[in-house]
Ligand binder design. Structure first.
Ligand SMILES: NC(=O)C1=CN([C@@H]2O[C@H](COP(=O)(O)OP(=O)(O)OC[C@H]3O[C@@H](n4cnc5c(N)ncnc54)[C@H](O)[C@@H]3O)[C@@H](O)[C@H]2O)C=CC1
Ligand SMILES: [Mg+2]
Length: 293
């Protein structure tokens, strides 16, 4: 899987969907040869895993090669990761995200944080070390809690000023050193919405490549309907509101992201974001709860 300055190489399929360009090692070799590039860059490839059939998969950043020439030869295009993530299918996006995260980690950990000396990678690229020392470093993710707050009949969504217009998601925040997941959820919800969480239930998790490499821990957080008055921290969130099931269903039905120039609508993160998963899980539970009453 090829990248250029951390942008994955994508191609448009005949059905207009997008996929990442996967080339065999000898194809990469001949591509580099054609472009007159240094063939030894292939040794910078990082192992990302094995297919079910036991084929090893690697990623490689061709930052030292002319991007336009690679695009022309391969018929693909290097696309910014945030854009790629939403162009790719739910099954393809995580591998591209993982590859970019590993490449980024290697590019930003060239020096030992203890001695300042240059570090080396092991052959697979699973860690780096400082020659002659016991200093090893491994790729890292920052834990982030993402909590869908609910009060029995409504759930709480917020938006940061940096989100695209109309996009609302569950509240999220980085875990502080030493905190448990439950403590992080209680603190984030108290800080951002001024609410007291009564109980936290784990839902699911995902690796999220933004802003660097986050480990998203998805939870539901229950608050009392009698104490659901919001006090929103406007320095963190531009807005936060309670949504009932009908409003959530309307948001889930919006094609994301809405076309530029389309009328303003409220919409939610795309399917492969954990925010979407939490919102649709809550809607499903709520529907079941309403039909059983
Ligand atoms: N996958 C999904 O559905 C969603 C993912 N997210 C992700 O969750 C992340 C965290 O949410 P925020 O509300 O922005 O967090 P937040 O509420 O903790 O605020 C962000 C601030 O936390 C500080 N911070 C503390 N530790 C940090 C670290 N390890 N790396 C970077 N900044 C750190 C920085 O000052 C940063 O500006 C976002 O970057 C976003 O990409 C957010 C919503 C939905
Ligand atoms: Mg936050």
């Amino acid at each position: 899987m090829l990248f250029h300055s951390l942008q994955p190489l994508l191609k448009r399929n005949q059905d207009h969907s997008f996929s990442s360009v996967s080339l065999h090692c000898h194809d990469v070799n001949s591509l580099l040869r054609k472009l007159g590039a240094d063939l030894s860059v292939i040794q910078d490839s990082i192992l990302i895993g094995c297919s079910d059939r036991g084929h090893a998969h690697f990623c490689l950043d061709l930052a030292a090669v002319d991007a336009a020439a690679v695009e022309e030869e391969s018929g693909g295009k290097f696309v910014d990761l945030r854009k790629s993530y939403f162009l790719l299918s739910e099954s393809k996006a995580p591998l591209v995200a993982k590859s970019q995260a590993l490449l980024r980690w290697h590019q930003t950990h060239r020096f030992c944080s203890c001695s300042g000396k240059l570090t080396q990678r092991n052959r697979a690229g699973s860690h780096r070390f400082t020659a002659g020392t016991q200093n090893y470093s491994y790729p890292q993710m920052s834990p982030v809690v993402i909590a869908l707050v609910h009060d029995g009949t409504r759930c709480l969504l917020g938006r940061q000023a940096s989100f695209p217009p109309g996009l609302y998601s569950a509240l999220a925040g980085f875990c502080d050193m030493g905190e448990s997941v439950e403590e992080s959820v209680r603190r984030e919800v108290a800080e951002e919405a001024g609410l007291e969480v009564l109980s936290v239930t784990y839902s699911s998790s995902q690796h999220w490549p933004f802003p660097n490499s986050s480990f998203m821990i998805g939870c539901f957080a229950a608050v009392s309907p009698a104490h659901s008055q919001l006090s929103v921290d406007r320095s963190e969130l531009e807005d936060a509101r309670w949504f009932d099931l009908e409003q959530i269903e309307r948001g889930l039905s919006v094609r994301t992201p809405p076309r530029r120039g389309a009328p303003a609508v409220t919409w939610f993160p795309p399917k492969h974001a954990i925010g979407h998963r939490l919102i649709s899980e809550w809607a499903e539970l709520q529907r079941r709860h309403m039909t059983s009453r």
